[in-house]
Design a binder for this molecule. Sequence first.
Ligand code: FCX
Length: 435
Amino acid sequence: TTDLKAAVAAKIPEEQDRLKAIKKEHGGKVLGAVTVEQAIGGMRGIPSMLWETSLLDPEEGIRFRGHSIPDLQEKLPKAKAGGEPIPEGLLWLLLTGEVPTQDQAKSVTEMLRERSKLPDHVYKVLSDTHPDTHPMTQLCTAVLALQVDSKFAKAYSQGIHKTKYWEPVFEDSMDLIAKLPTIAATIYRNTYKGGKLIEDDAGLDWGASLSHKMGYSDEGPLEMMRLYQTIHADHEGGNVSAHATHLVGSALSDPYLCFAAGMTGLAGPLHGLANQEVLRWLNNVREQVGDDVTKEQLSEFVWATLKSGKVVPGFGHAVLRKTDPRYTCQRGFAQRHMPDYPLFKLVSMLYEVVPDILTQTGKVKNPYPNVDAHSGVLLQFYGMTEENFYTVLFGVSRSLGVLSQGVWSRALGLPIERPKSLTMQAVLDRVAAQE
Ligand code: FCX
């Protein structure tokens, strides 16, 4: 089939049975103990939720439905031979678990295009926001403004049977994914280009159309955006944007509400906003020493950042313990398309300088670069110089992963999330009871 919804529907019964069997046969088994340190330390490493669309290996990085990033660059359908994968193909994979054919990916492109029209009131909300409103806040505002059209919220209020939840959740998710490029481009044009919007090009795929509507229609930025939108899509379930979406969705808040929750989390500087912070940091270096910075000067900057009690943005990770393959993939793109670009050289030099220094601090568990260390270079090269907008691009991509999982969370009937919290005294009482 080339019908995405039918392909998902066909998978649901076997996956429901699988989950039922796992629960029945292994429900009482232990996945891991929880230490006091973990409870205090941001629940790091506690296996405590189901997330089907991707799994993060600390050494090897993300796998989308079992496929690594290089694997997907090879296997996913492309807009042009030998080019970058199109994110619609990834969406099919995330939702069905199967790598799509060219025709299946094309049908997703068409399905999204049919749903892409943004209601007038959303344009109005966006043009009425205070001009200084951060683009991420504008993104959340626009997503919430769209919520009035939620098919799930409507179906729920009309008493839909719980076995059918996934269907309107699927519809809302596709509607929202379809509209996000127009929302993002409108935010960009309003904030930085005097509100002059650009007509869509009906021949373009979802990711390329985002770049086009922002005002960048050459082959270079179109290909870059396809890759960018593919690799930022998902990073298993525990990161802040995914977990926030998942948590809020577990209360049966509709996809607009839970995606907005995810995006408010992505807007934090330790998470998605790090791509903006990296650019600021790099610009600061360039302003102070110019493009011909030496390794010694760069080291001084890194140390100065650490000594002033700040993090070096774009480095470190809560789960990964090696260089992020999303970084490596973007580095490969830069090597192919912009090998002599000064900013790329600066970022490459950081790769040689920062890990050593972070290791010397003796506390950073992963001194290597993450996805956010590199994405700004690609955007800057093609003229997208407004770094405060970068996290919006991350957010558009993240919709593919978190909303796909949202469909499966409802299809599998996952319950409301409600972990246990403790007071400090309660922690001490539990520890004392064990001694
Ligand atoms: N620069 C300076 N210090 C760092 C650091 C960095 N890049 N990374 C970690 N540390 C520090 C932590 O702040 C912590 O210090 P503390 O003990 O004084 O509080 C200590 O090292 C141990 O932290 P660690 O266990 O290694 O890392 P966490 O799991 O707590 O945090 C993040 C992970 C990603 C938040 C952390 O590495 C960081 O702040 N990095 C910079 C911001 C960033 O790039 N975020 C984007 C991450 C990601 F790719 C994404 O979500 O987009």
